[in-house]
Design a protein around this ligand. Structure first.
Ligand SMILES: Cc1cc2nc3c(=O)[nH]c(=O)nc-3n(C[C@H](O)[C@H](O)[C@H](O)COP(=O)(O)OP(=O)(O)OC[C@H]3O[C@@H](n4cnc5c(N)ncnc54)[C@H](O)[C@@H]3O)c2cc1C
Length: 454
């Protein structure tokens, strides 16, 4: 008899797990309480990139203006943007992708149950949904329930009057000014988009810098690019109170600074909320970081796995997907581990950022002697020809045998180029191996080639 497996959540953690389980012969069913495809497809990676694409078009339009005869052409202003069309385009992109995902599940004959799942016994879940209550038993379960936007104090008490990364996509109109709480990837991508379409953007970050954990050369380059375009950052300051009367909203910082904006977006991280999921019935502990798992994605309860955001390891869609596949394979008898060291970390703003493996500080913290090599796009033909000279490619090598340990790329198609280095890190390639690749000319990848010559 085939193994009965239940997957809870259809995001990039859950749906690849269900597909892999089906492929491996399991009797699989997937439960989704909200939109099929999870946060990534409906309220995360995809809609944010559709918004950013609108920003890119404005950016390109501004670039074209430089080549027009003086006095000709039009100046972009936010009033020209049809906000409803921007939102409709985002909705259209989501619908296309969600429909094809749903069709794939129909074609593969994978049972999809709509409703909220909760564990009601050591090998049973209860699903409450439009069809009433359904009980299902399982041999193994994969928890892929994701996370939700988190509201630190004092923002928590004003949840309804502020916006978050779920609701920002449906703002009734484009605000004239926006205060973004959080200088991580989510905050920066929204800052980039709203700034590009003419909104006055300020970013409030509790830490001393943006993109926590990222190489300081990277954060400096990104920060300075954003600042040149008019984004204002406030670092290392706590918010003492909020004033949310009629008119502009205001955050009052502990040092008395008052930041006013038409809208406040809280993008200060995400947290697990597993209330009501019956984890207590299983004897499974959780906190806001989620459920602890081994590198095999197994929780403390035999047969129960947790993948994606809900295990707090990486909070990225591609990590979730790999973890989902690993959990599925392990349930069906394999013994695979998740390798965090080759997960690319990307920012899809401009300049783009792609980093993988170790940066200098991370390598040194592990006791490794390293050397770095950096080449700026300013010296790369394609970058100059396309007016994309912002940024650099930086490689990190073991100081002794020159094994490639990681890379940080800022600017150009950094989120694409980084995969070359991910492969090098995975295969433990040496500097000389990367030098043997022939880099097409003219390409932005020549920045990697240039860095290898340093
Ligand atoms: C604005 C934004 C932009 C982002 N951009 C990127 C990006 O560019 N690249 C990237 O890698 N990551 C990005 N992320 C992060 C990415 O979205 C998440 O890492 C990813 O969605 C996690 O996948 P998951 O499957 O673990 O969880 P989710 O995608 O959150 O899916 C979990 C699903 O479980 C369902 N669920 C929860 N509880 C139950 C229950 N009891 N019963 C049934 N169903 C349940 C939920 O409804 C949800 O659909 C972004 C996130 C945001 C918010």
């Amino acid at each position: 008899m085939s193994k009965k497996v239940i997957v809870i959540g259809s995001g990039p953690g859950g749906y690849p797990a269900a597909l892999r389980l089906k492929e491996l012969g399991a009797d699989v069913c997937i439960v989704e309480a909200w939109d099929f495809g999870g946060t990534c497809l409906n309220r995360g990676c995809i809609p944010s990139k559709a918004f950013l694409d609108t920003g890119h078009r404005v950016h390109a339009f501004e670039g074209l203006r430089k080549l027009l005869k003086d006095g000709s052409g039009v100046n972009f202003s936010p009033d020209m943007l049809d906000w409803d069309k921007v939102k409709a385009r985002r909705a259209d992109v989501i619908t296309k992708l969600r429909t094809s995902l749903e069709k794939l599940f129909q074609a593969k004959k994978i049972e999809v149950i709509r409703g909220r799942a909760a564990f009601s016994g050591s090998n049973e879940i209860t699903i409450t949904g439009p069809q009433g209550e359904i009980k299902k038993t399982f041999d193994a379960a994969i928890l892929a329930a994701g996370t939700r936007p988190s509201f630190p104090p004092p923002f928590r008490d004003f949840h309804e009057q502020l916006t978050d990364s779920d609701r920002i996509f449906d703002l009734p109109r484009l605000p004239k000014s926006l205060l973004i709480v959080g200088g991580g990837v989510i905050g920066l991508e929204f800052a980039c988009f709203f700034n590009a379409v003419g909104v006055k953007v300020e970013v409030l970050e509790l830490l001393p810098d943006i993109l926590a954990g990222e190489d300081p050369q990277v954060t400096r380059a990104v920060r300075s690019s954003f600042e040149k375009r008019g984004v204002k950052f406030h670092f290392g300051k706590k918010t003492a109170s909020l004033e949310l009367g009629a008119g502009l909203k205001a955050a009052v910082l502990e040092d008395g600074t008052r930041i006013e904006a038409e809208e406040i977006l809280v993008g200060a991280g995400r947290a697990a909320d597993l209330t009501g999921m019956g984890l207590e019935a299983l004897g499974l502990a959780w906190d806001r970081r989620g459920v602890k798992v081994s590198d095999r994605m197994l929780t403390a309860v035999p047969g129960v796995y947790a993948v994606g955001d809900v295990n707090g390891i990486s909070l990225l869609a591609h990590s979730a997907s790999r973890q989902g596949e690993i959990a599925a394979e392990n349930i069906m008898g394999a013994d695979h581990a998740f390798d965090d060291s080759i997960v690319p970390k990307c920012v899809y703003a401009w300049p783009e950022v792609g980093s993988v493996g170790l940066n200098k500080a991370q390598a040194e913290a592990k006791g490794l002697a390293v050397k770095t090599a950096r080449a700026f796009y300013l010296g790369i033909g394609k970058a100059v020809a396309t007016d994309e000279t912002e940024g650099f490619a930086q490689l990190v090598f073991d100081a002794g045998d020159e094994t490639v340990l990681g890379a940080q790329i800022v600017g150009g198609p950094a989120t694409e180029l980084i995969h070359v280095i991910a492969l090098a890190v995975k295969l433990k390639l040496k500097r000389r191996d990367l030098k043997e690749i022939i880099y097409a000319h003219p390409t932005m990848a020549e920045a990697i080639h240039e860095a290898l010559q340093k």
